[in-house]
Design a protein around this ligand. Structure first.
Ligand SMILES: *[C@@H]1O[C@H](CO)[C@@H](O)[C@H](O)[C@H]1NC(C)=O
Ligand SMILES: *[C@@H]1O[C@H](CO)[C@@H](O)[C@H](O)[C@H]1NC(C)=O
Ligand SMILES: *[C@@H]1O[C@H](CO)[C@@H](O)[C@H](O)[C@H]1NC(C)=O
Ligand SMILES: *[C@@H]1O[C@H](CO)[C@@H](O)[C@H](O)[C@H]1NC(C)=O
Ligand SMILES: *[C@@H]1O[C@H](CO)[C@@H](O)[C@H](O)[C@H]1NC(C)=O
Ligand SMILES: *[C@@H]1O[C@H](CO)[C@@H](O)[C@H](O)[C@H]1NC(C)=O
Length: 801
């Protein structure tokens, strides 16, 4: 015990120390910066690198200094470099001709919900992943996963005689490293593996591999990358289960036949996987030239968000899009408050997380025989004394720091409230464990209440149930409780339901672009895991496990990456915008008004800021009928609306014959209907008067003479009308495209509330649904003049040019 506490203190101390160290670095000190130069115009990478060194040496006195300062030259997928620069040098470079932007490289994190991932979890339930479809498709498609690496021996990545040769378009490689021998690790399934450390080590110091907590190689130590990769493309692995076949079944990814290329950019530090912008961009640069078709990245950094195109993920996604590569990101785990969504660029696909229709009800019987149904992952029944947190912790706050009376907790189940001091269930579990308690009953609000497992027995209840238990404890001289083993119930729960942790829109930099885009399963997802004991300090369950359950938008993102791979396999010529549109317009909204647990009440139905266009439907996404496509000209106009100059735009958008790179008249900021990027969702965050939006749809259905008719649901407080109301497509050249206009007029005086509607096009067979989100702002804010509205087009971000 004492050793554990000591270790824990060390961890807590080093955590806060690390955070301080990063924040207090002096400004004049050289920091990792990214200098972004746009596309590389298909120049020879070595020439591009020479030009980077030349440019960099203009801010140094000695040529050697430039060579020492540069960390990466991005010269294949796009052009730019990462280098150690002081603020003067960064400013000088950002004013140089041909430089699109210069920004500080930041540290991102993987999007798992728990920091306790790395220990063997006491899990035993099997969660089947998305439905058994598309087993045939995808072996011509390569998915690149940017994460913490891979455990190549996992059954999910085994070679299989049914695979054909590696696609001839593949130019990537498997590199050698610590405990990673490409000859043994790579095969026709796992076809690429690289790692990137220069940015991480420049920011956080040398990687410490001495205690076995990391490998200087593509091998995964954290587990997150193995889990996400197997969720995206894991082969069918029969008999995946926990501990002797409890809840056994087959585990498989969204595109079980697709090939996997691993780019390790996140490394174990401070109990999580941390990833540097400079390394992520290097991985994108390679992945685009290696020939991946889909990039999956379950990582990010919470708001405040940088302007569009000033982060690695957005630059990467922008150039991926131009090369026909679909980039899929997690929305983040900062829900349920509004506007916390991350990875919001219009060229990426942003995925929220929702539950599946499976729950784990657990009966709690109090000493007075009253029974309450909570949620847990208990294998064995428990019968213990029961104590209220106030007897164990100062102010009843279940945290390690507030622990005052271990005697009171000894051998008992402790009732903790999230609302007393704002604690998390993992935090409470740790505190009760430290106090020698036998387990926790954790009460939280209905909307936040989760069914996640913890490393110490934890039963989740809602506040009403928690209050009932508290009243019983107060009334009883010797309170006791019995807890029955958890059951698995499938299909009886209104599902999916949005996960409380899933980050919500609207986007805090570009509210006109709906984010998140879609949702997919992200709660208690079973997938492959490195069968190694945990590198964390908690010496609990060290059982080796090949499979693990985890939650987060980290888990929902690779589901969509897998589905995107299947779409690319069936429709290889579709652009990333078309793939995104197919996923969005065929997604379904939840009708349920109940949260997943439903135990003591209801919560509001999910809206477009919770789940985007809705929950992905893989089969329908293969045959969407119509798609909202977007080409190079759309992106030129959009970049104009962000304030980029025409010269910068010519650097960024790949040259094409006859591509018009001029900004529309009336100023780049003017925008108008054309600046809306033909997004498969319409958001009007600032509707002061009538606004008309234009959209163009392309018929990709089998019937080339299809006729679609519109049905519009106006949001409350506004009137939405579409014109024309009928779109007739034909087989003649150009006949596959048609445009429509949506006019939205405020129908009330209001300020500040978002309302939700939709535009649905249907030919009787396909249903093409486009979310419509409106905030009427025709009532003046007391005395505050609204200036920003006039120039708000694509978004509210400033230009980085
Ligand atoms: C930044 O580095 C350059 C070149 O080494 C040097 O001349 C300049 O004084 C430095 N500026 C700051 C603010 O440290
Ligand atoms: C690396 O980790 C080991 C074990 O945790 C520790 O003893 C050692 O001091 C660390 N080395 C560095 C350079 O931080
Ligand atoms: C599945 O796993 C269980 C438990 O490990 C084992 O008893 C059983 O034989 C396995 N079945 C197959 C088909 O491998
Ligand atoms: C609870 O139920 C058990 C068994 O049915 C019974 O023996 C016991 O007396 C009951 N206790 C109370 C407090 O009602
Ligand atoms: C700690 O809890 C025990 C058992 O409930 C109680 O007897 C004791 O008085 C408590 N100690 C303090 C310092 O509150
Ligand atoms: C809006 O844009 C126009 C033209 O680009 C510019 O002249 C005007 O100053 C801008 N207005 C505001 C409020 O930024």
């Amino acid at each position: 015990m004492a050793v554990f506490l000591l270790l824990l203190r060390l961890v807590v101390f080093s955590l806060s120390f690390a955070i301080n160290a990063v924040q207090t670095a002096p400004a004049s000190h050289a920091q990792v910066h990214i200098v972004y130069l746009g596309h590389n115009n298909d120049l020879d990478p070595s020439l591009t690198t020479d030009s980077h060194l030349q440019l960099l040496s203009t801010v140094f006195t000695e040529p050697n200094e430039a060579r020492e300062a540069i960390l990466y030259s991005y010269s294949c997928g796009f052009s730019g470099f990462a280098a150690l620069l002081n603020s003067t040098q960064a400013t000088t470079l950002s004013g140089t001709d041909g430089v699109v932007s210069v920004f500080r490289s930041r540290m991102l994190e993987v999007h798992t919900t728990r920091s306790w991932d790395f220990m063997g979890l006491r899990l035993h339930m099997h969660t089947e992943q998305s439905s058994q479809r598309h087993l045939k498709f995808g072996d011509d498609v390569i998915v690149g996963v940017l994460d913490t690496g891979v455990w190549p021996e996992s059954k999910s990545f085994r070679d299989d005689p049914h695979y054909g040769p590696v696609p001839s378009s593949w130019k990537g490689t498997c590199v050698v490293g610590d405990e990673f021998d490409p000859a043994a690790a790579c095969n026709r399934k796992l076809i690429g593996a690289r790692y990137y450390l220069a940015g991480f080590e420049s920011e956080l110091g040398p990687l410490n591999t001495s205690d076995g907590s990391e490998y200087r190689s593509p091998r995964d130590r954290v587990g997150h990358g193995t889990h996400t990769a197997s969720t995206a493309v894991g082969s069918v692995a029969p008999n995946a289960s926990y501990f002797g076949g409890l809840g056994g079944g087959a585990a498989r990814g969204g595109a079980p036949r697709a090939r996997l290329a691993v780019y390790k950019v996140c490394w174990y530090r401070d109990l999580t996987g941390r990833c540097s912008d400079a390394d992520i961009l290097a991985a994108f640069d390679d992945a685009l030239c290696d020939g991946v078709h889909v990039v999956s990245a379950s990582l990010g950094s919470p708001p405040p968000l940088m302007p569009l195109l000033s982060t690695s993920t957005e630059i990467g996604a922008f150039h991926a899009m131009q090369r026909g590569v679909v980039a899929v990101f997690s929305a983040g785990n900062d829900g349920p408050d509004a506007s916390m969504v991350q990875n919001v660029s219009p060229w990426g696909l942003t995925v929220a997380a929702s539950s599946i229709d499976r729950r784990f009800p657990t009966v709690i019987t109090l000493g007075n025989n009253a029974s309450i149904v909570g949620e847990s992952f208990l294998v064995k029944a428990m019968k213990n004394g029961l104590v209220d947190s106030s007897s164990v912790f100062t102010d009843g706050t279940c945290t390690f720091e507030q622990l005052i009376n271990r005697t009171a907790a000894w051998g008992k189940i402790v009732l903790c409230f999230a609302t007393m001091g704002g604690v998390s269930s993992d935090g409470a579990a740790l505190a009760v464990y430290a106090g020698n308690g036998a387990g926790v009953i954790f009460a939280d609000t209905i909307s936040r209440k989760s069914s996640q497992d913890s490393f110490w027995p934890t039963v989740h209840v809602d506040l009403y149930q928690g209050t009932q238990i508290l009243n019983y404890i107060r009334d009883s001289r010797k309170p006791t409780v019995r807890i029955s083993p958890s059951k698995t119930v499938v299909g009886e729960t209104p599902a999916p339901a949005v996960a409380y942790f899933s980050s919500r829109g609207p986007s805090s930099v570009s509210p006109k672009i709906l984010k998140p885009d879609v949702t997919a399963p992200g709660v208690n997802i079973l997938a492959a895991w490195p069968p190694k004991s945990s590198p964390t300090v908690i010496p609990l369950d060290k059982r080796l496990t090949e499979w693990n359950m985890d939650s987060g938008t980290s888990m929902s993102c690779p589901h969509v990456s897998g589905i995107a791979a299947v779409i690319k396999s069936v429709h290889p010529t579709w652009s990333p915008a078309a793939v995104k549109s197919a996923l969005m317009t065929t997604a379904y909204m939840y009708d349920g008004t109940s949260d997943v647990m439903q135990a003591g009440g209801t919560v509001k139905a999910a809206d477009a800021f919770d789940v985007g266009a809705g929950h992905v439907d893989p089969l329908r996404a293969l045959d969407p009928g119509l798609v909202y496509d977007a080409g190079a000209r759309d992106h030129v106009v959009f970049l104009c609306s962000l304030g980029y100059t025409e010269a910068a735009i010519r650097n960024m958008v790949l040259p094409q014959p006859a591509l018009d790179t001029s900004c529309p008249r009336g100023g780049g900021g003017g925008g108008g209907p054309e600046a809306d990027l033909n997004y498969p969702a319409i958001v009007l965050p600032d509707l002061g008067g009538t606004v008309t939006v234009k959209r163009t749809v392309t018929n990709v259905g089998a019937n080339r003479d299809a006729v679609y008719r519109a049905a519009v649901a106006s949001p409350q407080g506004a009137r939405a009308e579409v014109w024309p109301r009928e779109l007739a497509f034909s087989a003649r050249p150009g006949g596959e495209q048609a445009s429509y206009y949506l006019t939205v007029t405020p129908a009330k005086l209001s300020r500040g509330r978002f309302d939700f509607g939709e535009v649905v096009w249907s030919d009787g067979f396909h249903r093409v649904r486009t979310p419509l989100v409106v905030r009427v702002t025709n009532l003046p804010d007391d005395g505050v003049k609204v200036v920003q509205a006039a120039n708000a087009t694509g978004d509210g971000s400033q230009a980085a040019a």
